[in-house]
Design a protein around this ligand. Structure first.
Ligand SMILES: [Zn+2]
Length: 88
């Protein structure tokens, strides 16, 4: 185990400022450098005051689609008692 391997992590939803690809930005956890795996864009540690909109832009259009089975389940209750109480 002598790997000189930097720990990288993808930033979910991050858009590359150069090629505008989403989810291609990896951040080096050691140096805080960001890099785009699509176009090779790299950026050092950002300055202190970074506009919030530059950080992460969430695109709702690419939200994961939840597939629901179009299956109609019919529950037939044959012996539904009428709500009539008879005194005894
Ligand atoms: Zn890029």
């Amino acid at each position: 185990m002598s790997g000189f391997q930097s720990r990288r992590r993808f930033i979910a939803g991050a858009v590359c400022p150069r090629c505008a690809e989403m989810d291609k930005i990896v951040v080096d956890l050691d140096s805080d450098e960001r890099e785009c795996v699509a176009c090779g864009f790299s950026e050092g540690r950002p300055e202190i005051n970074v506009p919030a909109e530059v950080k992460t832009r969430v695109n709702r259009a690419s939200a994961r689609r939840v597939e629901t089975p179009a299956e109609v389940v019919k529950l037939l209750d044959p012996g539904a008692p009428a709500a009539s109480d008879s005194d005894e």
